[in-house]
Ligand binder design. Structure first.
Ligand code: X5A
Ligand code: ZN
Length: 580
């Protein structure tokens, strides 16, 4: 349905006019660098371009006091001395004669984006804006932020579109305390922020940035803070935060709209964040959010001060919004101890308010995390897997080496294939999904089927030929994903063949997920190359760490909250779909 890119050149006008080492990083080149790179990559051309408009006084008034709005309006006519004097009344703020215009455009861009998504003009989009918004408060500018763009968009979505549940994901490396204050007692806005915290020793040095700030009154449990107590958090830490904290709550909340405070100072190379996550991580974070709210994701730029990292991360986000598959992630795949502690303390603080956290055990993190490197486990995959041979493994790459080498793996030409034994002419498929015509060679199929009695029947054999052909297409990098049908009686044997075929055809590790019960588990070597996960199997079992079975939780309690039913199951398969 399309991706909107909302922008206006005028937003490059505001800039610092005097010497201030703290504020000088927030400069016009942030926008031009991001936009230039989007053009270079051909991404801008694939978006619906919308020119930003100014937010009205009434729209700004959704979250700001009239006195504050007129104070900012007056900066238009101030001289440099007066601008500097006024700026000093706030923390980490500079005003410029163009600030009011730019900040109204920034807020207006967010409103246009939300309108385009909620009226169905586009599926999702990004607003490239300056000044940023998430630190700004009802009557205060703060941390380079003048009007709270994302908060205004959320209030507008409630007021003008009648939405009842909005998720705000703040992946900027700073705590968006402005958003937190504006919605802390509001259960219709779930606000999630991770941020560099270092036990309170990092800007903005607030006690209420810690994990135990969970909202107030009706809004208890609708503020989710994940403080990072060390710098250097990487891809695995960010992914773990989404998978183990944000997504369980987000599925349970079931938002109608996702707003992203998309700051990219949380990426490697940024002087503010000092984190290690690579730009590709933002493709994965975006992809995980796209399973929510029917894919209605509106991202708005916040921070991001390393121009190269910023531009690359913006491209990753837009590319994913456009529906391209996420590039492989590099770096350690196990979260660090400090990240696990932070995630666990946020889970513990939120557990009283969320069923999805109560279903699981709330045991503390073991003091020494097992990094699971059993003997015989194959070495870590190259950053791209079999299809990405061009990307070289780097043990501890410096920031620049990540940036010099964007993913070299081209997107497969076919997005999704449906392999049915008999092509179905009545099937209506989206344009990027095709029905597979081809089959593996008959002799080859028979050779793979020979050891299995259940694959002797013609129907099972035809299905197997189709599946082998699909697997080859995926392993050769021509097809991104696919679905194949097989007769139920042949399911376990077909899976045995598919696993063997995958492992002998270049895949180093396979994740197999079975939903529901199979007549028998697959025939696996417990060598660490295959992780078998059976969801909805008979009973919980772990035959080895590579063979896990869990029944679906029985949810008999139709508890209502906000007058509606909160289903706790159904989230596990969705999570995995997001990962694959
Ligand atoms: C939007 C944003 C950071 C302010 C840092 C002040 N603000 N030291 O990233
Ligand atoms: Zn920031």
């Amino acid at each position: 349905m399309g991706t909107a890119l909302v922008y206006h050149e005028d937003m490059t006008a505001t800039r610092l006019l005097w010497d201030d080492p703290e504020c000088e990083i927030e400069r016009p080149e942030r926008l031009t660098a991001a936009l230039d790179r989007l053009r270079q990559r051909g991404l801008e051309q694939r978006c619906l371009r919308l020119s930003a408009r100014e937010a009205s006084k009434e729209e700004l008034g959704l979250v700001h006091s009239p006195e504050y709005v007129s104070l900012v309006r007056k900066t238009q006519v101030l001289g440099e001395e007066e601008l500097q004097a006024l700026s000093r009344q706030f923390d980490a703020i500079y005003f410029h004669p163009s600030t009011f215009h730019c900040a109204r455009l920034a807020a207006g861009a967010g409103l246009q984006l939300v309108d385009a998504v909620l009226t169905g003009t586009v599926q999702n989009g990004l607003a490239l804006v300056r000044p940023p918004g998430h630190h700004s408060q009802r009557a205060a500018a703060n941390g380079f932020c003048v009007f709270n763009n994302v908060a205004i968009a959320a209030a507008h979505a409630k007021q003008k579109h009648g939405l009842h549940r909005i998720l705000i994901v703040d992946w900027d490396v700073h705590h968006g305390q402005g958003i937190q204050y504006l919605f802390e007692d509001d259960p219709s806005v779930l606000y999630f922020s991770w941020h560099r915290y270092e036990h309170g020793r990092f800007w903005p040095f607030l006690r209420e940035s810690d994990a135990d700030a969970v909202g107030r009154g009706q809004g208890l449990g609708f503020t989710v803070n994940l403080p990072w107590n060390q710098v250097g958090m990487g891809n695995a830490d960010y992914m773990a935060a989404f998978l183990h904290l944000l997504l369980p709550l987000a599925f349970e909340f079931d938002p109608e709209l996702v707003l992203v405070s998309a700051g990219f100072d949380s990426v490697i190379g940024d002087p503010e964040g000092q984190m290690q996550a690579t730009p590709e991580c933002f493709a994965h974070l975006t992809q995980l959010l796209q399973v929510l709210a029917g894919g209605r994701v509106c991202a708005m730029l916040e921070g991001g001060y390393h121009l190269e990292s910023l531009a690359e991360s913006v491209c990753m986000t837009v590319q994913t919004l456009l529906g391209d598959p996420a590039p492989p992630l590099s770096g350690p795949m196990v979260p660090c101890q400090s990240a696990l502690e932070s995630i666990q303390s946020a889970r513990a603080a939120q557990a009283p308010y969320w069923k999805s956290l109560q279903l699981q055990d709330a045991t503390p993190v073991p003091t020494s995390p097992s990094t699971h490197s059993p003997e015989g486990r194959p070495p870590p995959l190259l950053p791209g897997g079999p299809m990405c041979k061009a990307a070289a493994p780097a043990p501890a790459p410096a920031p620049s080496s990540f940036l010099d080498q964007p993913c070299l793996c081209p997107a497969p030409s076919v997005r999704t294939t449906v392999a049915l034994t008999a092509p179905d002419t009545t099937l209506v498929l989206p344009p990027d999904v095709i029905q597979q015509e081809g089959s593996a060679l008959r002799e080859e199929t028979e050779a793979w089927a020979r050891p299995h009695k259940s694959l002797a029947r013609e129907e099972a054999l035809t299905a197997l030929g189709k599946l082998l052909y699909l697997l080859d297409g995926m392993l050769d990098g021509q097809v991104n994903s696919g679905i194949a049908a097989t007769p139920a009686s042949a399911a376990a044997a077909t899976l045995d063949v598919a696993i063997q075929r995958g492992l002998s055809h270049g895949a180093q590790r396979l994740l197999c997920v079975a939903l529901g019960q199979l007549d028998r588990p697959p025939d696996l070597a417990h060598d660490g190359r295959t992780l078998w996960l059976n969801i909805g199997g008979k009973e919980a079992a772990a035959l080895s760490m590579f063979h896990v079975s869990t029944p679906l939780p029985v949810v008999s309690d139709h508890a209502t909250r906000q007058g509606r039913c909160w289903g706790a199951h159904g989230c596990v398969p969705l999570l995995l779909a997001g990962m694959s």
